[in-house]
Design a protein around this ligand. Structure first.
Ligand code: C2E
Ligand code: MG
Ligand code: MG
Ligand code: MG
Length: 284
């Protein structure tokens, strides 16, 4: 896409833009091949009960082990995935992989019976006709209690007029899976849309947590979101907890769950298993 058009109407590319377009195209080509080559991996970040520090579950976060560029984070390739529509395939894969892993862990670590798995679902996948059937058959196949699977969607997926997404959410809710609003507080949803929404839980966005100790307005927002979740009977997780001070503050205002580098970064499956075997390794 050209940023500048000359007076003549001709599009002017400079060398930098050309290279950018090239590497973009390369990434798209690579992305299609990456599925066949099995280059995507899920990492798992612990979700912890703030009071007592119990390991409650994990959020599955996708990584791309690129043969040339190394381990890529979603920020480096999700935009391409979204624009090409390949995000639907990626999310379908992530959902299958996360369910398989959750079932395996629940079987091998039965004393952590309440273990749950959060999976991110792009709004494009949320409107795809197959999503409900997919989730249903995965729950059956792996004999998972529906509530152990939690789908995270951002507020844009259910803003007013998104009737398709809303119907999917209601159908998923009827299956019994958990529905979580991701990055809560940064989207466009009206409070009214929550009155009748099928959500069970909120994840408070990390922008509020980052400076919660020094920014009184963010602290006020954190308190308000906590009260909001409490009043509506929604479980609440704070994202991006990095310091003991942040953790203490969130615990004090009554936020139940936390996730962040203080506890652990997202880990490859084998490393997450070490936490399951030895939960006392979770600090904070
Ligand atoms: P998210 O769902 O809000 O996930 C939380 C992000 O915050 C993760 O980044 C996580 O590594 C990061 N994070 C966790 N704790 C901390 C902390 O204490 N400090 C800081 N600075 N960051 C923290 P990640 O893995 O790079 O993922 C970024 C986003 O990509 C996710 O945000 C999610 O929206 C998206 N994403 C990841 N995996 C998938 C997927 O399978 N499907 C879809 N559709 N989106 C995904
Ligand atoms: Mg998420
Ligand atoms: Mg988030
Ligand atoms: Mg996010």
């Amino acid at each position: 896409r050209a940023k500048a058009a000359g007076k003549s109407g001709f599009v002017i590319f400079d060398e930098g833009m050309h290279q950018q377009a090239q590497s973009r195209l390369q990434l798209e080509t690579d992305f299609r091949l990456a599925f066949e080559r099995g280059e995507f991996e899920l990492y798992y970040q612990p979700i912890v009960e703030l009071k007592g520090g119990r390991l409650a579950g994990a959020e599955a976060l996708v990584r791309w082990r690129h043969p040339v560029r190394g381990l890529l984070l979603p920020g480096e390739f999700l935009a391409v995935a979204e624009e090409t529509g390949l995000i639907v395939d990626l999310d379908a894969w992530a959902l299958r992989e996360a369910c398989r892993r959750l079932a395996d862990w629940r079987e091998r670590f039965p004393d952590r019976g309440a273990l749950s798995m959060n999976v991110n679902v792009d709004e494009r996948q949320m409107v795809s006709p197959e999503i409900v059937e997919e989730v249903f058959s995965l729950l059956q196949k792996h004999r998972l209690p529906p509530a152990s699977l939690r789908l995270e969607v951002t507020e844009t997926a259910f803003r007013a007029g998104r009737t398709q997404a809303e119907q999917r959410l209601l159908a998923l809710k009827a299956l019994g899976v958990g529905l979580v609003v991701d990055d809560f507080g940064t989207g466009y949803s009206s409070l009214e849309s929550f009155a009748a929404s099928p959500f069970d839980a909120l994840k408070m966005d990390q922008v509020f947590i980052r400076d919660v100790e020094t920014n009184p307005r963010h602290r006020a927002i954190v308190r308000t979101i906590t009260a909001f979740a409490d009043e509506l009977g929604l479980a609440l997780t704070a994202e991006g907890i990095e310091t003991p001070g942040q953790r203490a503050l969130l615990e004090k205002v009554g936020c139940q769950y936390g996730q962040g580098f203080l506890f652990s970064r997202a880990l490859p499956a084998e490393q997450f298993e070490q936490l399951l075997a030895e939960p006392s390794r979770i600090v904070g």
